[in-house]
Design a protein around this ligand. Structure first.
Ligand SMILES: N[C@@H](CCC(=O)N[C@@H](CS)C(=O)NCC(=O)O)C(=O)O
Length: 237
């Protein structure tokens, strides 16, 4: 059985998995799961990932960890599985350990506070809350630049790695929400260019087309909104 990737490119972990698989020539079938239509809450998708989240990977797991194991539901597990199976693992553990509770959280909150809550779900966010969210992101971006990027071309040295892919797909959340994260940050801006060139402009743009249009999302249908709201609230806290 070949690999099946269940993705919505609105989602950062999905974009990281998608670019990684495409860039490394890993053969897979793309299964689209539209979060804004609530497709992740369908019974069919619950068979794939009982946690009802994307990304999810199915198939091709004959060596990891067992043929009958359930699909991998977590993007880090998927990326590490693909990296180990299909290419040498880069030395990025420190970055991965840091980013999940910092950059991931901040970028996700900026997208939701600036766009997804007010525009898509029609739930206003107070200016104080938005200011605090943006200030937290600024602090985290400074750490990304000073501690991880330093004066190198990429986060883990002179070659692109999973760390860069995960970080850039995170940063495209606030970019998609209209935040100019690279403005006034020449090192991060140069890194962005290096990562985009290494990924390839066409694939980079294709993977980010959805998030760059997130600002133009149609307001959610009330039935879908009712279904999504409890999960959204638990996700953005
Ligand atoms: N830690 C998981 C997070 C997955 C996740 O939160 N996915 C979001 C999209 S970014 C999702 O599917 N949310 C739908 C929901 O929870 O209702 C990973 O990295 O794969």
């Amino acid at each position: 059985m070949g690999l099946e990737l269940y993705l919505d490119l609105l989602s950062q972990p999905c974009r990281a998995v998608y670019i990684f698989a495409e860039k490394n020539g890993i053969p897979f079938e793309l299964r689209s799961v539209d979060l804004r239509k609530g497709q992740h809450l369908s019974d069919v998708f619950a068979q794939v990932n009982p946690r009802q989240k994307v990304p999810a990977l199915k198939g091709g797991l004959h060596t990891f960890p067992h043929p009958s194991c359930p699909p991998l539901p977590h993007s880090m597990a998927i990326l590490l599985y693909l990296a180990r199976k299909y290419k040498a693992q880069a030395c990025v553990d420190e970055y991965l350990a840091w980013q999940h509770t910092t950059l991931r959280r901040n970028c996700f909150q900026v997208l939701w506070h600036k766009v997804m809550l007010p525009v898509y779900l029609g739930e206003p966010v107070s200016p104080e809350m938005l200011t605090a969210t943006l200030a937290e992101l600024d602090v985290t971006l400074q750490v990304l630049e000073d501690k991880f990027l330093q004066n190198e071309a990429f986060l883990a040295g002179s070659h692109i790695s999973l760390a860069d892919l995960i970080a850039i797909t995170e940063l495209m959340n606030p970019v998609g929400a209209g935040r100019r994260v690279f403005e006034g940050r020449p090192k991060l801006a140069a890194w962005h260019q290096c990562v985009e060139a290494a990924v390839g402009e066409v694939l980079f743009q294709e993977a980010h087309e959805v998030i760059l249009k997130a600002k133009d999302s149609q307001a959610a249908d009330p039935t879908i909104k009712r279904k999504l709201m409890p999960r959204v609230l638990s996700m953005i806290q």
